[in-house]
Design a protein around this ligand. Sequence first.
Ligand SMILES: [Zn+2]
Length: 314
Amino acid sequence: MTVETLAPGVHAIDAPFEDVPLQIYVIEGERLTVIDPGVPQTAEGPLAQGLAELGHRPADVDLVVNTHGHHDHRGGNGVVAAHNPGVVIAAHPADATWISSTEQYLAEEYLRFRPAWEPPTAALDRIRLLCGADLPVTLELSHGDELDLGDGHVLSVEHIPGHTDGSIALLHRAAKVLFTGDAVQARGTPLQCRADFFPHYRHVAEYRRSLDFFAGCGAEIVGTAHTGVCAAHRAAQLIAESRRFADEYTAVFTAAFAEAGSATLADLARATRDHYPRYDDGIPLFNTISGYLAELCAAGVARHDPPDRFVWLG
Ligand SMILES: [Zn+2]
């Protein structure tokens, strides 16, 4: 069975791709809504199959909401739009250009640390394919918006700019279901065939604030993108684990940086992987390190010497 029903009219579709676990969510309001259709192959395969199990066609989808602009959340937009060119694409404006322009996404997310760090060309080409077709965001969502899908389904928009600038969570208050996108990182994303993704949050204080919101929002079911659907108890464990990791990594990172005295991003990535050898050295690791550095620089504890050196001031 592809579809798991979380509440009347609220469903999760199991849609893994490559070695990445992924859930896509469908809400059967008057406007048939998909939250994060994944990548092209998940929209063509598991999403279409799940919609069929629910008695719908891909052409029936009225609204796609992207919790943020990463390729594994918006890459299926083009597949949905190929079936229904009038589909509305909704997202926060801070991530809108990543959804409408693959090249801008790659430049601002994957190439932002050049020349200190740059992904291999093959990795960029793979991500280009996973982005699918570029589509404009036709409905901009802001913090506090109430997205009324009809038939009693209303999603409250919470802007939670920890994982990306434009990340949002969606709270279905009536059904007590929360959709977090990638905002609960716990100890990263375990992958089947590769080293795990490092916990990925580029704004540390905002990340902590979003965890506080999740803990107090009253949701009884939490739909994550890569960690499945969680009952309240499991969700509380994930949130606690996320807080613990953020605290633990603050200590690990600060100690490594203070000992080095002066370091580049690449030095700090190496020190982090020495401590946590299970992780990949990709963009999650570099984004999170840059988030910690930005916070330390803002607090006057560190100084950035461009282009890529950071000095510990203590
Ligand atoms: Zn993401």
